[in-house]
Design a protein around this ligand. Structure first.
Ligand code: DP6
Length: 347
């Protein structure tokens, strides 16, 4: 009955995962590249307890709803199968960022859960095996396991689809400012978006471009070429949204396409492009939602923040600032000393 606590950051894709090869295993159609976001953390404690009749799950201090419970139990079942145990578990998870922050919490949630649950079950998985496990909880969660800037190798089977670090978090001092606008509930989930993507007449064109996009982002990262990274990531996000807007969503015949953007999204996009014309080196990326993630180099953070505050106030916007973050880590002091740069607990 050892309680193990692990933590993980969410991540932001610079090259997006959009479309699944296998919906059960969460195998992506294309590889993707992301950066961990230090501005948010999910911290999860798992205790396997022989006295429990079923798994008990608390999220942010309250019992989880049926859907979340079922998703956590399905993930614990994967861990139990690996460990050869049947014991039920107590899971307590907390996010230090609001659910409406525009940053997907499922990646950090399943990364932290995978690390805490495997250790609590007596397993010591290496980075690759842990990433494979996290992927089955939520695809993008596999990218929150390794450190810093991460590539998810698509693979074409379970063992071949995992994430690995391209460069560590300290390699490039970037800032990511995630701006969200009020409390817009997502009408179409990422999962529905993945399923709908192949119905877009432009999906094949997006895929034909992906290898070049991946190469360019890898090259820009290694060379710390900010304009190249920024513009490539920005165009890549627009490509995802072009697919979404021209996709056909199953069971929703009234939708001509998926519009994740709100009017505030477009207003901020225009403003960012104007700032760039005026000489401020800032780029954006967008996920499957209305939030805008701005990227700049650390030297431009102060200028960007002073331009951003008056620009988002009338849009009811709020911002979370991140640096490139570390991979998932153990926070239980008895299991492993936790220092900011220590990912040595995971091999
Ligand atoms: C647009 O299926 O990982 O963010 O589990 O709902 O968080 P959730 O999403 P997931 O898809 C993520 C899609 C994306 C692009 C990306 O992160 O690569």
């Amino acid at each position: 009955m050892r309680a193990i606590t692990a933590a993980a950051h969410p991540n932001l894709a610079l090259v997006k995962y959009w479309g699944q090869r296998d919906a059960t295993l969460n195998l992506p159609v294309n590889p993707s590249i992301s950066v961990n976001l230090s501005g948010g953390t999910t911290t999860t404690t798992v205790t396997f307890d022989a006295t429990l009749k079923s798994d008990r799950v608390a999220l942010n201090g309250a019992p989880a709803d049926t859907r979340a419970c079922a998703r956590v139990t399905a993930h614990l079942d994967r861990v139990r199968a690996l460990a050869g145990i049947a014991t039920r578990a107590d899971v307590r998870s907390r996010n230090d960022f609001p659910a409406s922050a525009g940053v997907a919490s499922s990646a950090s949630a399943f990364a932290a859960l995978s690390l805490a649950a495997t250790r609590a079950a007596g397993l010591d998985l290496d980075m690759r095996a842990l990433s494979i496990l996290a992927r089955k909880g939520s695809g993008s969660a596999c990218r929150s396991i390794p450190d810093g800037f991460v590539e998810w190798i698509a693979g074409d089977n379970d063992a071949g689809s995992y994430a690995r670090s391209l460069v560590p978090c300290g390699y490039w001092d970037l800032r990511i400012i995630s701006v969200t606008f009020g409390d817009h509930a997502k009408e179409v989930s990422s999962l529905e978006g993945h399923h709908a993507a192949p119905s877009s007449p432009f999906y094949a064109a997006r895929l034909a471009q992906t290898n070049e996009t991946l190469d360019t982002v890898r090259r820009a990262l290694l060379a710390r070429d900010f304009p190249l990274l920024g513009m490539t990531a920005e165009r890549e996000a627009l490509s995802l949204h072009a697919i979404a807007m021209t996709s056909r969503v199953q069971d929703r015949p009234w939708l001509s396409g998926i519009y994740y953007w709100k009017s505030e999204t477009l207003r901020l996009i225009h403003t960012i492009q104007t700032w760039r014309q005026e000489g401020l080196a800032v780029y954006f990326t967008l996920d499957a939602g209305p939030s805008v993630h701005l990227i700049c180099e650390a030297k431009d953070q102060a200028d960007l923040e002073s331009a951003l505050a008056p620009a988002i106030a009338p849009l009811n916007g709020s911002a979370i600032i991140s640096e490139p973050g570390r991979g998932a880590w153990i926070v239980d002091k008895r299991a492993c000393a936790s220092t900011p740069a220590d990912t040595s607990c995971i091999r």
